[in-house]
Ligand binder design. Structure first.
Ligand SMILES: *Cc1c(COP(=O)(O)O)cnc(C)c1O
Length: 414
């Protein structure tokens, strides 16, 4: 994980956005390792860190506490800083008020840890208020509107009831409405009109929340796609995920290099074995790939439990010492076989192996990084051959793959 690339990406996105930004570090920072990513993003100017799950935010808070990172003042007008960032978790488990008030409930833990939470329904507001009453401190809440994605959030006709519930809890001293937020569903289709519709619905939700007597200070709507392609959606805060990791939200709109972003993750492993097989020999489970000629093969100790999709059978691209090749045959749980080319020339004379055990096979990374093999495949290449998106390729990196960091994430001193 190239922390210098991460820091550069953060600056590129922050410059485009021109607003405060939240670093999205859910799913172990998209597979990159939450602690190194969070601290690098704070050093690069993030004032907010966001996760989906409350459990992820609690884990992050413990990591930050252990590093001596301060918590911001609880007050509504206290502005967070990189030294005292705010944490937000938006996928809050549903609890009844009784469950929420029980000692050690997820909501009480979140409040005690100073984590902002999202609420989409009056029932969620009531659970937060119950947890806050039990914990003896108001819950900091971001009300979520559904502006067209139909995932979490209150649809237009339900916003007044959500706002009324929040207002009641505010008056009782159990809740502080910090923000109003939503999420774009088609930010990577700049000409679809979808984002304009989201924005119109967002404005309507804001009017309805204000009419209930609430003043959400932090309005946020844009993830990386909105940040890049919809200036009107940047509002008070942007939530940057995939772009921080150097990947484009949609390479068909603009590639990462067109956006000036550098992939942070490089997945590599030293070859365990190199061997020759004769023409006609089948490879891996089911024998789905057969050597067309005498062939050199390499064995890579990474499989589907490490995050290589099975859809990459005989397709996943790999580079070894300047050679660009692919996985051959099925992806196994722990290993894949790669083709290293013909073992004999057209006259039948032996061809030496182009790689040796211990040589490093690169599955995905940044072909443009200084000193990188230009044959290096990208997470986008893997996504294309597997029929998925770069997000899924990096976030599925398995737990047993060691995350090794390079760089310190600080601006170059020269
Ligand atoms: C994952 C997520 C983001 C980040 O999206 P990117 O496209 O990776 O920038 C932002 N907001 C919410 C609500 C998310 O779930």
């Amino acid at each position: 994980m190239d922390l210098d690339a991460l820091a550069r990406n953060a600056r590129v996105l922050a410059d485009v956005a021109g607003t405060p930004w939240l670093a999205v570090v859910k799913a172990d920072a998209y597979g990159h390792g939450i602690e190194a990513v969070a601290t690098t993003c704070l050093a690069a100017g993030a004032t907010w860190l966001g996760t989906a799950q409350v459990a992820e935010a609690l884990h992050l808070r413990a990591l930050l506490d252990a590093r001596g990172t301060s918590r911001p003042e609880p007050g509504l007008d206290a502005v967070p800083t990189p030294d005292a960032p705010r944490l937000l978790a938006w996928l809050v488990p549903f609890l009844t008020p009784e469950q929420a008030a029980a000692p050690g409930s997820a909501l009480r833990q979140a409040l005690a840890a100073g984590i902002d939470l999202s609420a989409s329904t009056p029932a969620q507001v009531e659970a937060l208020a119950a947890a806050a009453r039990a914990e003896g401190r108001p819950a900091r809440v971001h009300l979520k509107a559904d502006t067209g994605m139909s995932r979490a959030g209150a649809v237009a006709e339900d916003v007044p009831a959500l706002a009324a519930a929040a207002r009641r809890a505010e008056e009782e001293g159990f809740l502080d409405v910090v923000g109003l937020w939503s999420h774009l569903s088609r930010a990577d289709e700049p000409d679809s009109g979808s984002t304009e519709e989201h924005l119109a619905r967002f404005r309507a939700a804001e009017a309805s929340v204000r009419a209930a007597g609430l003043t959400p200070r932090v309005r946020h709507l844009a993830a990386t796609g909105g940040l890049l392609w919809h200036p009107d959606a940047r509002l008070d805060l942007v939530r940057a995920g995939i772009g921080l990791y150097g990947l484009s939200p949609d390479p068909s709109v603009a590639t990462s290099s067109e956006l000036g972003l550098s992939p942070v993750m490089r997945l590599e492993a030293p070859l365990v074995q190199v061997k020759r097989i004769p023409a006609g020999q089948a490879v891996s489970y089911g024998g789905t790939w057969t050597a067309p000629t005498d062939r050199w093969l390499g064995l890579v100790p990474l499989g589907y439990s490490d995050g290589l999709p099975r859809a990459a059978a005989s397709a996943g691209p790999v580079s070894v010492g300047g050679l660009r090749t692919t996985v051959v045959g099925k992806v196994c749980m722990d290993q894949v076989v790669i083709d290293l080319g013909p073992a004999a020339d057209t006259e039948g004379e032996p061809v030496p192996a182009p790689a040796a055990p211990g040589d490093v096979a690169v599955l995905w990374g940044d072909p443009g990084a200084p000193g990188a093999d230009p044959a290096t495949p990208t997470a986008d290449d893997w996504a294309a051959v597997c029929g998925t998106i770069n997000y899924e390729i990096v976030t599925r990196l398995g737990a047993r793959v060691p995350r090794v960091t390079a760089g310190d994430g600080l601006p170059a001193s020269h």
